[in-house]
Design a protein around this ligand. Sequence first.
Ligand SMILES: [Zn+2]
Length: 109
Amino acid sequence: MPNKSKSKKTLHNCSCEICKLHPYSRIAKEHKAINRVLIGLDERNKRRFVGVLANQQRNILQLSQITGLSRNTIYRGKSEVEYPRQNSASGIRQSGAGRLLVEKNSPEF
Ligand SMILES: [Zn+2]
């Protein structure tokens, strides 16, 4: 079976102080768990997942440290899960711009 192509993705290591100082603490494990979830997701679902975490009163700076995603990405994911309709209409294409080249043909939104 030639289907054993391993994905080249690597687990992001959280760089927060807690993970550095207490790598076996509950929080460090939680951060690892987050990254383990993220590794299975594509870009869009990644930022949405982190967006959900951000909505749960998590510190965005910290989330950025944990996940390796930029703060902008997290903000975007946050607003995508908060206002999915608004986001699908605006931001990606401007009215009158004509071309829709991004995220048009993904079935699940
Ligand atoms: Zn951490």
